[in-house]
Design a protein around this ligand. Sequence first.
Ligand SMILES: [Zn+2]
Length: 188
Amino acid sequence: MVQETILNEIVEWGRSIYSRGYVHGSAGNISVRVRDIIFITRHGVSLRSLSMEDVVPVSLGEKDELDHLASIELPIHREIYRVTGSSAIIHAHPVYTIVLSFEANEVKPIDVEGSFHLGSVSVVEGTPGSDSLAKAVSTRMGEKGIVVIRGHGVFSAGETLREAFEKIDMLEGSSKIIYLYKGKAAKP
Ligand SMILES: [Zn+2]
């Protein structure tokens, strides 16, 4: 029953993330940790049309026989759980945040709300699914539990998927404000 609730939650948040435009195609992945098990979305599925069968249970430890079914970003999810002790992770591709990431080492919201809640969010680099990216992401998330990967997307971790989602939502809103403000300021 607990497991069904978790799977349902992952399916619903997947749809929300897609409908907000924070992922496109089969991009993005979601996981929830329950003790030493990670429930993670499968490799190659679209968050738009997730079903409970698209969520794979794998061990929190090093390797699991179902690893090959999971998202290729599984090593990053594992490392985030190991380093931060959080219970839920969302990886998404929010457009304005990605645009800003090409030319910055941090995304620093200039609006009151984003600045208050997020402060400054680090931008890291690396190959998807690699150990070096897993290390960079997990160590640079900071207390806020969110980090940007240059030209790629964001990882957000929290106690719940709602918390992870809200940080992405807020960062993307702040990134849009920065983008529009810079464009306006650049005009004569
Ligand atoms: Zn991605």
